[in-house]
Design a protein around this ligand. Structure first.
Ligand SMILES: Nc1ncnc2c1ncn2[C@@H]1O[C@H](COP(=O)(O)OP(=O)(O)OP(=O)(O)O)[C@@H](O)[C@H]1O
Ligand SMILES: [Mg+2]
Length: 243
């Protein structure tokens, strides 16, 4: 028997694309409350499009429900108000604005000023480096710091669901490991549900409970992360590395 907690995020037969270009052809998956789910797959598979459909940036057909509430057909700001924070590919920070301005923008759905201030402190706890750079333009940060800012900004929404698109892109292995460690802490300490798209399958499988492999807009493999990680054949065929 599944419980509401098992079915926190439900995606059913999701079709999505861009104008005439159809990219997702019937994707279905569920993510339990407080779980980390990894989406793996080759370039062009539709991973980014899937996250965009979940946060309302591209239109979709089928069903997407978060805690029982339908998300499809709502504009991105309405989806954000329902507690979905999206850290897009390429990070989506506002480079001419300061670090502090970027972080405060992350709380745009909220009116509780004292709590927002407390959340700034909470974000600084995860990312001490940002506190030192509050008045600095985001564009002057290193790549790793910018990714931390993007994640910090998403946390300012107090999300129930965090969507991360290739957080490791362009970062040194040490910075990437640090970042994944922070994602794991956020998940453990705040019970935030996370869907992470990642080319670095090894890292993503290290923090995920379930994983799905997407290929040309269809899920071709799903299972517990440790099983997918342990399966040499799977690793060779889909993940592009030898275990
Ligand atoms: N804005 C767009 N307009 C038209 N087609 C697009 C657009 N964005 C993506 N596509 C197409 O949709 C398909 C899936 O792209 P998507 O970015 O979702 O893949 P991905 O799995 O995230 O790939 P990558 O690993 O390279 O980031 C590709 O064929 C891509 O060319
Ligand atoms: Mg992508």
């Amino acid at each position: 028997m599944s419980t509401p907690d098992d079915d926190f995020l439900v995606v059913e037969d999701l079709h999505a694309g861009y104008g005439g270009a159809r990219v997702l052809h019937g994707v279905s998956l569920t993510v339990g409350r407080g779980e980390v789910c990894a989406i793996l797959g080759p370039n062009g598979a539709g991973k980014t499009t899937l996250l965009r459909a979940l946060c309302g940036m591209v239109k979709g057909r089928g069903a997407v429900r978060l805690g029982g509430t339908g998300l499809l057909g709502r504009p991105p700001d309405a989806v954000a108000r329902l507690g979905v924070a999206h850290v897009p590919e390429g990070r989506g920070t506002f480079l001419p604005l300061t670090v502090e301005e970027n972080l405060r923008l992350g709380a745009f759905t909220r009116r509780d000023r004292a709590a927002v201030q407390a959340d700034l402190e909470r974000v600084h706890g995860y990312f001490p480096v940002l506190r030192k750079r509050l008045k600095q333009q985001a564009g002057s940060l290193s790549g790793g710091e910018q990714q931390m800012l993007a994640l910090g900004r998403a946390l300012m929404l107090r999300p129930r669901l965090l969507l991360l698109d290739e957080p490791s892109l362009g970062l040194a292995p040490m910075v990437t490991r640090e970042l994944f460690g922070i994602v794991r802490s956020i998940n453990e300490e705040e019970r935030t549900t996370v869907v992470v798209v990642e080319q670095n399958a090894h890292l993503a499988l290290g923090i995920a409970r379930q994983a799905h492999v997407l290929e040309t807009g269809r899920i071709v493999l799903s299972g517990p992360a440790e099983r997918i990680r342990a399966d040499e054949q799977v690793a060779r065929s889909y993940l592009g590395y030898r275990v």
